[in-house]
Structure formats: C-alpha cells, structure tokens
Design a protein around this ligand. Structure first.
Ligand code: FUB
Ligand code: ZN
Length: 675
C-alpha cells in the first residue's frame, strides 16, 4: 500500500469554529433536522408527502402479523416508480406510497443526526432518532430483509429488479446510517439491522451466489465503510463482488429484464452489457474512462471504486478512478462544482455540453462529487481534488438549501428566468424558487448529512502527516506517529492568511497545506523547520511539534474572471467571477430584469469592490464589478440591419452563488456576456 494514503479524522476530533460553516452546521441541527423529521412524518402543510414513517409503520405492522406482500402496480416516473393514494381516497393503512427508494430518506436523516450528535451531544435529538431506529428495526423481516416497498407489495418479487428498484441503494444508505449511529452512540442496534440485511444480500449475491449488482450505486462505498468499522471481511468481499460483476457479460440487468419479459411472453433482449451505459454497467469498472449516465450513480460508483483502490492498492482500479476524475472534472463539470448537464435521465451529457439554463446539476450529484474527491484525496493528496471538493461544497451543495434551511433546490441551474421556467416545458425541471420538500426527496437529507460531517473534509491524516485540505477554522485532534496533538486552524481569506497552531500535545511529522488554485504567491513561514513545496500542490513542513508552535501560510487572493474552454458552446464569449472558493452570480434583485443585457468587463476585474450585503440575516461578501448594459430602444423591431448595440456604463452587483434566490423570485445568471 502506498504511503500517500490518508484517512479522514474521526468527527469528534474536529470542532469547526469557522463562523460561516458553524452557522451552516448549527442550521442543520436546529432547523433542518427538525424540519426534515416533520417532513418524513408528513407533518409539513403544503409539502409533498414523504411517506417514510407511514411506510415503515405499515411494514412493521405487516411483519408483526406476518402479512407481508400485497400487490400494487407501480407507475413509472422520471426517477423511479412512484405510488400515490388513489385519487380522492385516503391512504391505506397497509399501503406503500412514494418512490421505491423512499426508505433511504429516513436513513440519510439518521446519518445526519448521528454526525450532529458526534459534534454536539443532544439527548432529546438522540431520543427522537432512537424512535426512528426502533421503527426501522420493527420493519425488518425475520430473515434480515428490509425494504418497505417489497414487504408491502410482494416479497416474492424481492431482488428481481436490481436495475431500477433500489433495494441495494436503500441497503447502502441504511449501512451508512448504521455506521454513523454506532460511532455516535456506541450502540449496535442499527448496525445489527444493517448486518442482518447485509447477510441476506451476501447469501444471495456474494461471491458464491447469483451474479448481481446495484442499479443505483452506493452499497459499494457503504460496504467498505462497514468493513472498516467492523473489520468483517465479508463486507469488503461483497463490495468487490458488486464491482466485479458490474459491466460484464452476460449483463445481470439484461438477464433480470429477460426473466420478466419471458414471463410476459415477450421477446427477450441481447444480454450484452454495453446497453447499460446509463447505469454505468456498460463495461467492466476497471476499463471505464468516461463519466456517463445518471450523475449521482456515477459519482457514487466512482467513490466506491476509489475505496477499493485505497483498501487493496489495486493499480487498475486507481487508474480507472483517475480517468473518471479527468472526464468528470476536465470535461463535464460546471464551474459551480455541479455535474449532470442534462435533465434527460438526470445524467451526464457529452463532453463540454454544459448548458446554463437547462442544467440539471442535481444537489446530490455535487455531493457525490465531493465524496469522490475526498476519496481521491485519501488515495493521494493532490490539490486539484481538494479544489474540486471545495468548489462543490461551497457552491452547488449549499445552493441546494435556503439560508433558513427550510426549502431546497434539487436542480441547480446557472441561469434562471422564472418566466421561462414557468411556461416552457423544456425547463419544467428547473424551479425558480426552492421547494419545501419533494416527492423524490433525495437531496435535502443528503445536504444534511454532508454538512453535518464537514469535519471529515477539512483534513486527512496518515501515520506521519496531517493534510489540511480546506481552510475552514477548526480545532483538530490529530495523531502524528502515534502521538496525539491538538491544533487550531485559523483562516482569514480576506487577509490572505491561514495559520496552524499547536495547542497541546507534541509529535513529529509533516504538516501539509494545500495550495488552492485560487491563491497566488503562497508563502509558508515557520520557525525552525523547513517548508518544501511539493508537486501535488501541498506545502510540506516537517518537524517536531509542540504547544505554541505554529505554521503560517500567506497568499494573494483576488477576484478572478473565468472563461470556460472554447469547446463549451454555451458559454462562448461569457465570463464568470470567482473569489476564493466562491462562484458569483448576478441576481435580478440587484441588477434589474433582463440579465442577458449585461456586459461584464473582465479586463477591469481589478476594479471589483467588495461590500458586505445582508441576505436573510446572513452577511455575504457581495462584489461590484464595472460593466455595461445594452440599451433597448423603445420600439426595437425583432430584426434590423446589424449594428454594434448601444450600451451604457453600469456597475454589476454579484453575490455568492450559494446565496441566490433568498430574496424572492427573480432572474439569475452565473455566466455574463463579456464586453
Ligand atoms: O434514485 C434515487 C435518487 O433519486 C437519485 O440519486 C436521484 O438522482 C433521484 O433520482
Ligand atoms: Zn438528489
């Protein structure tokens, strides 16, 4: 195994003190988690029902009286199969409602709660979460099987549609929650539920079982996590089996489809894997070279592959991860760290196809990218991975949630005209305002769990080194060559400085500082130790560290005017502004309507001025940049002989992208026409 491998610190070892991110984490604890518990229990007036608690209770009741397995005909929708109560009738007590993967929403919520409990114990919250755990335990069948959809609609059909029916996806989320719950409370109750379900899956699809793999990935990374938590090798074997079966002939997805077709007396399909590109099951994972298909699935798969590469040192897997990374980040990622260029199938589009207004850029996909990036960092600390992780976290992940934590974006476009979204079918996936909840509510609890576990993204450690990836103020308990040392990380981006101070303990080893892509002229100063710049974009400072020692990094940080590759047709001759990790956007609230008439002057970026702006109680660093506005004559004809448009000087106000749409409905643009 290579010595570049590092691991995130246990969440209890990182106390986030940074005012911006502490606010986000507190918001999750005080507003989002209670709100989402109400949502899971269908107690939010006017919000789409979740059905989570309903389904769990119904399954628990059915299992208690051994009456499992009714029969419903699911209706296919955009992202799965959804069942709603019959028009005009109340829900049936023993009915399953919602999407087939509805169970996962509550698991994600529990995982977020567990992280919060590690950061700040809270007896009342733990009690509420225990209720959820008990409910889940009650919904588990005797043989360990756990999926309310099949328990309520026909257990005999369990595991017959791995491609679309998300049982293994729900298992993955259950497992993630169970490990977090164990770490937070020391309790095995949920972990045992996950293990029992895991054994049931292992028996069926493990190395000696049927070939099969998840249609929606996540079980892979969850299984590696379960293996790392328990040391039980069967979980690693099951994850490997899923990775090895994926994309090989005969395609397990085709085989299961054929079994259904045969029953219906229909013509069977060819069993070649190549048809399953959308599911990343078109070729063996070690041969993959392009990010394709459903964006969240692709990011989760890549994360599991990176775990496998780390835990086994498998070079072919690492190389495949690198190729997927390059395809994602160098050809298919929005400047905001979002991925998924097309709403058709919530998917990756072709290279450089990154439309701003029809973008999908699902919040979960940006979260998946952050997962992937952190795992690539664990394989090898390389600044590019952290740059991208930061881009996703500070922009698309946060834009998924309103500043009050009570409404959410699923889709994160880079350009919005509310009038167009509300009238144009092609934009029907783009909501001009955040929603209270969604029938398919994958994103809100995903935001809750990633923000609550932020401490795992700030730094990673190896035996003899601590790598600082994100400049987020925090107190960190690390171990250097077996000795515990507590450090304080302070960062002030406006001043261009970061400092790591040893608070207590002592130890010898390397303190490594990422050189962010947005910083110029970084300097590191430290008394009595040598700093060596390293090729992968980290300053490495080695020495013996004890209380009072500190390392300082200074850097120049300025507003950047960014252009996309000329191969991105959509943004040709457009510019966007960034400052540090933030991507900026123009909103109607500051700039009036018709943002397409604005002309930015990128060569004057040095004239950009900051001002503090209060948006819904949060002070954000707004920017004013010089620009022009095309003037529209009173009675402009639709067509006229070409002439240079008339413009007038203007100041364009920009705010950080994550904070957009917190002042009512209005236009928004990240990319502006360049003068
Ligand atoms: O299918 C489960 C989740 O719902 C996916 O990750 C999202 O993209 C949405 O389809
Ligand atoms: Zn989502």
């Amino acid at each position: 195994m290579s010595d570049t491998i590092s691991a995130p610190l246990p969440l209890r070892s990182v106390r986030v003190t940074d005012p911006f991110w502490s606010r986000e984490m507190d918001l999750i604890r005080t507003a989002v988690i209670p709100y989402q518990w109400d949502a899971l229990n269908d107690r939010i007036p006017g919000a789409a029902p979740s059905w989570w608690a309903h389904n769990m209770r119904a399954a628990a009741r059915a299992i208690a009286v051994k009456k499992v397995g009714g029969g419903y005909a699911p209706v296919q929708q955009n992202c799965g199969f959804v069942i709603s109560p019959e028009e005009g009738k109340p829900p049936m007590e023993d009915g399953f409602y919602g999407f087939v993967f509805q169970d996962s929403d509550g698991y994600k919520w529990l995982e977020a709660v567990a992280y919060q409990l590690m950061v700040k114990p809270d007896a009342a919250l733990q009690k509420q979460a225990q209720e959820a755990v008990d409910l889940i335990r009650a919904a588990q069948e005797e043989d360990g099987y756990l999926n309310t959809y099949y328990s309520l609609t026909g257990r005999d059909r369990a595991f017959t549609n791995l491609k679309d029916h998300h049982e293994l996806y729900c298992f993955g989320h259950l497992t993630e929650a169970a490990v977090a719950w164990k770490q937070a409370t020391g309790k095995d109750d949920l972990l045992d539920v996950a293990r029992r379900f895991g054994r049931c899956i292992f028996k069926r699809f493990g190395p000696d079982g049927e070939r099969g793999c998840p249609g929606h990935e996540i079980a892979e990374m969850a299984l590696y996590r379960l293996y790392e938590e328990t040391g039980e090798t069967e979980w690693k074997e099951l994850a490997q089996r899923f990775l090895d079966v994926r994309g090989t002939d005969p395609s397990t997805f085709a085989l299961e489809e054929n079994r259904r077709l045969k029953k219906e007396g229909k013509k069977e399909l060819p069993v070649t894997a190549e048809r399953y590109r959308y599911y990343q099951a078109h070729k063996p994972v070690r041969d993959m070279d392009e990010a394709v298909g459903h964006a969240v699935r692709q990011m989760y798969l890549a994360s599991g592959m990176a775990d496998e590469a780390r835990l086994t040192g498998n070079e072919a897997m690492r190389a495949a991860c690198e190729r997927l990374w390059r395809s994602t980040v160098h050809e298919k990622m929005y400047v905001t760290g979002g991925v998924g260029g097309t709403h058709v199938g919530e998917a990756f589009s072709r290279p450089y196809d990154l439309p701003s207004d029809t973008a999908y850029s699902e919040t979960c996909a940006a979260i998946g990218l952050a997962f992937f990036a952190r795992r690539m960092l664990q394989l090898r600390p390389k600044a590019e991975y952290a740059d991208v992780m930061e881009r996703a976290l500070y922009n698309t992940v946060l834009s998924g949630m309103a500043l009050d934590g009570k409404s959410f974006f699923y889709v994160n476009p880079l350009e919005v005209d509310p009038a167009a979204c509300e009238t144009d079918e092609r934009l029907s996936h783009v909501k001009p305002v955040r929603q209270k909840w969604f029938g398919c509510a994958c994103c809100p609890p995903n935001i809750a769990r990633i923000v609550s576990s932020l401490g795992q993204y700030i730094a990673t450690q190896s035996e003899d080194a601590l790598y600082i990836h994100l400049y987020i103020g925090s107190e960190i308990k690390a171990t250097l060559n077996g000795r515990e040392i507590t450090l304080k990380l302070d960062a002030d981006l406006r001043k261009g400085s970061a400092r790591l101070t040893v608070l207590s303990g002592e130890g010898s080893g390397t303190l490594a500082f990422r050189v962010p892509a947005w910083a110029d002229n970084t300097r590191v100063s430290v008394s009595g130790a040598q700093a060596t710049a390293c090729a992968d974009g980290y300053w490495l400072v080695s020495g013996h560290w004890q209380a009072g020692d500190s390392v300082e990094m200074a850097f120049d940080i300025s507003v950047q005017a960014v252009a996309a590759s000329p191969l991105v047709r959509e943004t040709m001759h457009q510019v966007c502004y960034t400052w540090g990790p933030w991507v900026y956007c123009a909103e109607e609230a500051d700039n009036g309507k018709n943002l397409h008439l604005l002309r930015a002057c990128p060569e004057k970026k040095a004239e950009a001025q900051f001002r503090d702006m209060e948006i819904d109680g949060l002070t954000v660093p707004a920017l004013t940049v010089p620009g022009k506005r095309v003037t529209v004559p009173d009675s402009a004809p639709l067509y006229a002989p070409w002439h240079q448009p008339e413009t007038e000087e203007t100041k364009i106000t920009l705010i950080p992208y994550f904070a957009w749409n917190n002042r009512g409905k209005g236009e928004m643009r990240v990319w502006l026409e360049a003068e």
